[in-house]
Ligand binder design. Structure first.
Ligand code: HEC
Ligand code: HEC
Ligand code: HEC
Ligand code: HEC
Length: 499
């Protein structure tokens, strides 16, 4: 009897093993089929569709970054006009491009289209024209590493944004993160490598898991333009201010030491800092980073299709894919996890809005003090406070996702900002009295984007017209020129014998 059972069990096990083996072989051959190179990808190949010939699954999922339907409480892929949602921002950014136009980030697929369209890049009429430097292209395209290799790094940063329009046309893609020879993750942006050097670290020593975040840290970070760094006079050289560390205080100290400012505030005359998007820096202070969870773990989870497991290249809000993004580690229901995210975001928003209110008032009160004849000496400490308070606000607001990535740090930074903004307003109240003014300074009605833009005197009609002219006259020429150039690039078909 015992033997009979053993016999049956053995047969069943052998049968199952056979099934497993055949399934493994099937998958292997499928995998092999998937990765037989159809084309030889050149070292600087910027065209995502060329890479897509070899890696169709990754390419197809990458294409999904063009989807725009998902919206969450504060994120998602839909176009959101931040100035309309919160007109106070117009006043906070008065005198700076972000007061003209500020949309929330969308999928990588739109990186080129969106930089063409934003009013911040203006309406250049040709080479050498327009408000922005070439450096602004750096986080938009795999044409960037191509051009840097062809021309040199400083040469790439040199000149106007419009000068490189016909060269940069492919949106963020494969060549930004991958070595075409072995598909290993690679860093293509020199600013990140240089920032590691400045901290005395070697990025080549990063682990594989760290690389799954560092590829994002090429772009989702705080940066500024250093005009002295390159050999070429006045070239805005992209630099990450990490030498003293990555906290809000460490970067502030760095900027204060070199007396850097992104712009002078139009109303308060404060030498301002614009936090760009310190997403990587803030992520590092959160619990997930502490537990070794990478950006890719949540934003590029594994996906299965036809028995093949691969990395989902549909980079997006993980809330649109909680099953793969979160539930591989957390056992809670999707609704619960979403609620956890929203709760953190809403709590951060509560204090962020309070800080915004204080900052709007401080700028306008400082404007009043200047009007009443305040001296530079009297204003110095006040402006330093406004600078530091708005830097904290922006560090928390612009570091997309930080209120979830690192809620405690975000709360700390906003708390610090609230304190400093209050200090500024106490000093302003005293100064205003000294200047003979002891009433509340009236705050204008800025409850819509239009009203706020009119208050700071922006001629929106003119800006919009310039942009339209750029889109009808210059942009089509860029695209034609780019097409002609790319048509001449080989398609690099691999000879049939390799297959
Ligand atoms: C533990 C999971 C997790 C990790 C790790 C993580 N994120 Fe996020 N990220 C999220 C969630 C959740 C949101 C909020 C999405 C929303 O509000 O719709 C988010 C938001 C974002 C956003 C804003 C997206 C939007 O739709 O508004 C960006 C950009 C972002 N993360 C980039 C990164 C980068 C870069 C890293 C690594 C440095 C990273 N994330 C690490 C989960 C994660
Ligand atoms: C070459 C620069 C670059 C790299 C590398 C990069 N990003 Fe982005 N990312 C951007 C830009 C620019 C946008 C905004 C595009 C737009 O709005 O047109 C963006 C947008 C996003 C969004 C918002 C998409 C949405 O649907 O809301 C997320 C999330 C995101 N990136 C995550 C990541 C993660 C995670 C990584 C690393 C695996 C990464 N990015 C690597 C530049 C980059
Ligand atoms: C923002 C960075 C980024 C971009 C852009 C990107 N990838 Fe990836 N890719 C990754 C990451 C992260 C992984 C996971 C690598 C790992 O853990 O070893 C990956 C993995 C892969 C792999 C290995 C197999 C797999 O699915 O895990 C292939 C093949 C691949 N990507 C192809 C592409 C192609 C093709 C494109 C362009 C259409 C592309 N990638 C664009 C970051 C990127
Ligand atoms: C690779 C595993 C992994 C993934 C993926 C992951 N988490 Fe976590 N999460 C952790 C770990 C580990 C902790 C720390 C808790 C602990 O160690 O007990 C944590 C903590 C948390 C916390 C509590 C921390 C806090 O902020 O107070 C929340 C909330 C959370 N995760 C939500 C999410 C959501 C939402 C997603 C998807 C967007 C996600 N996690 C994706 C591993 C993961």
């Amino acid at each position: 009897m015992k033997n009979k059972v053993l016999f049956v069990v053995t047969i069943v096990v052998v049968f199952l093993l056979g099934l497993l083996a055949s399934s493994i072989i099937n998958r292997k051959s499928e995998a092999k089929y998937q990765y037989v190179p159809q084309v030889a990808i050149g070292e600087n190949e910027p065209r995502n569709e060329e890479w897509g010939k070899n890696y169709p699954r990754e390419y197809q999922s990458w294409l999904q970054t063009s989807e725009t339907s998902f919206a969450s409480y504060q994120g998602g892929a839909a176009m959101r006009d931040m100035l309309e949602e919160d007109p106070r921002l117009v006043v906070l950014f008065a005198g700076y491009g972000f007061s003209k136009d500020y949309n929330q980030g969308r999928g990588h697929y739109y990186a080129i289209e969106d930089i063409h369209n934003t009013l911040r890049t203006g309406g250049p009429k040709g080479e050498g024209d327009g408000p922005m430097p070439a450096t602004c292209w750096t986080c938009k395209s795999p044409d960037v590493p191509r051009l840097m290799n062809e021309k040199g790094i400083a040469e790439f940063y040199n000149g106007k944004w419009a000068d490189k329009g016909p060269e940069i046309v492919n949106p963020i893609g494969c060549a930004d993160c991958h070595d075409p020879n072995n598909m290993k993750l690679r860093i293509t942006r020199p600013a990140l490598v240089e920032a590691f050097d400045a901290m005395g670290k070697d990025i080549n020593k990063a682990t594989h898991q760290e690389m799954r975040s560092l590829v994002c840290a090429q772009c989702h970070v705080e940066y500024y333009f250093d005009k002295k760094k390159s050999g070429i006079e006045g070239t805005p050289y992209l630099t990450f201010p990490w030498k003293n560390g990555m906290t809000v205080e460490a970067m502030e100290e760095y900027y204060d030491d070199i007396e850097f400012s992104d712009w002078t505030h139009q109303i308060s005359k404060t030498p301002m800092l614009k936090a760009q998007h310190p997403g990587y820096e803030t992520y590092l202070t959160g619990i997930h980073a502490d537990r070794g969870v990478s950006c890719a773990d949540c934003h590029m989870p594994y996906k299965s299709e036809g028995g093949q497991k691969f990395t989902d290249h549909h980079l997006q809000s993980p809330l649109n894919n909680i099953a793969n993004s979160c539930q591989v580690c957390h056992r809670q229901e999707a609704d619960k996890l979403r609620a956890n995210v929203y709760e953190r975001q809403m709590k951060a928003t509560e204090n962020r809005l309070k800080l915004e209110d204080l900052l709007v008032k401080a700028h306008i009160e400082a404007g009043k003090a200047w009007e009443l004849g305040a001296t530079e000496e009297q204003m110095k400490a006040i402006l330093a406070d406004i600078r530091h308070a708005q830097w904290r606000w922006d560090y928390a607001a612009a570091s997309h996702g930080a209120s979830f990535h690192s809620p405690v740090e975000t709360a700390r930074v906003l708390g610090g900002g609230l304190h400093i903004a209050q200090e500024a307003r106490v000093k302003l109240a005293r100064l205003l009295v000294t200047l003979g003014f002891n009433q509340e300074v009236p705050i204008p009605d800025i409850d819509s984007k239009e009203k706020a833009q009119a208050f700071i005197g922006l001629d929106m009609e003119k800006l919009i017209k310039e942009k339209e002219e750029f889109k009808t006259n210059l942009l089509p020429k860029w695209l034609e020129e780019a097409k002609a150039r790319e048509d001449k690039m080989d398609s690099n078909e691999v000879s049939m014998t390799n297959k």
